[in-house]
Design a protein around this ligand. Structure first.
Ligand code: OAD
Length: 236
């Protein structure tokens, strides 16, 4: 651990790539772990444009319940360690698959949200976009002033990732000296492909996760444990 800490402390270009696991210690369930089912639905059945067209109210009930959990959650030591790293390291890039906003609330300023943001709503008709932090939403599904349905500003299965955000994430990954993959099962693409991009660019790859992932055998260091304990020790 000491050598690895020094290597990270000396690196100029560091990328942290986070998933739902970093918010577990804040009380937010992951998608695939225990508590990852909502009623009897899996995320893949609700997070699609088809599901929304079929039953916008049902899909919104799911997002509304997640917004309530997220609003009550506080950032943890893992989020804070990454915010502190950004302040210290000019060449640091944070890429997250999370939509919960906890990195921002921990003090991270530049967050590449490749799967969007649950607090940003977008009209399906006129495309007007605005932040909306109300929990619970007064009416479901919420509507735009133009009368159109509002959707959460998140990326659904089958949709493209936000183009500019994704290209910044890819270029940071390809130029990284150190790439930290934290709290992600690394099974959802294209996001998980950033690990391969970083590896091709010659980065040292470090995984932080209490469980094994498909990348655990091939990364340079696989640190088994919760992000809220490992990150402060690794980056502090
Ligand atoms: P998953 O639910 O697939 O994986 C969460 C990971 O966090 C697992 O590998 C756990 O072992 C790990 N984990 C659990 N507790 C942890 C802790 N305390 N510290 C660190 N790691 C911990 O979540 P993601 O990988 O984020 O996409 O899922 C990827 C994408 O699938 C999500 O962004 C979402 C989902 O469908 C979209 O909505 C487009």
């Amino acid at each position: 651990m000491k050598e690895l800490r020094q290597r990270i402390a000396g690196a100029r270009r560091i990328v942290a790539f986070t998933g739902a696991g970093i918010s577990v210690e804040s009380g937010i369930p992951t998608f695939r772990g225990p508590g990852g089912l909502w009623r009897t639905y899996r995320a893949e059945e609700l997070a699609t444009a088809n599901a929304f067209h079929r039953n916008p109210r049902l899909v919104w009930e799911w997002y509304d319940s997640r917004r309530q959990i997220m609003a009550q959650a506080e950032p943890n030591a893992g989020h804070r360690a990454l915010a502190a790293l950004e302040r210290r390291c000019g060449g640091f890039t944070l890429v997250t698959q999370n939509i919960d906003g906890l990195h921002n609330r921990a003090g991270s300023r530049r967050v590449l949200k490749v799967h969007g943001d649950i607090w940003r709503l977008r009209c399906m008709d006129c495309e007007h976009e605005a932040d909306d932090f109300r929990t619970p939403m007064p009416d479901l599904p919420p509507r735009c002033q133009c009368g159109g349905l509002l959707r959460p500003g998140v990326v659904w299965f089958g949709e493209y990732l936000p183009r500019d955000v994704w290209s910044e994430a890819e270029s940071a990954a390809s130029g990284a000296e150190v790439f930290l993959t934290i709290g992600t099962s690394a099974v959802v693409y294209p996001a998980a492909g950033l690990i391969d991009t970083a590896r091709r660019g010659g980065a040292l790859i470090v995984e932080v996760n209490p469980q094994e992932t498909p990348y655990s055998q091939s990364v340079d260091h696989s640190l088994r444990g919760p992000a809220g304990e490992i990150l402060p020790e690794l980056l502090g």
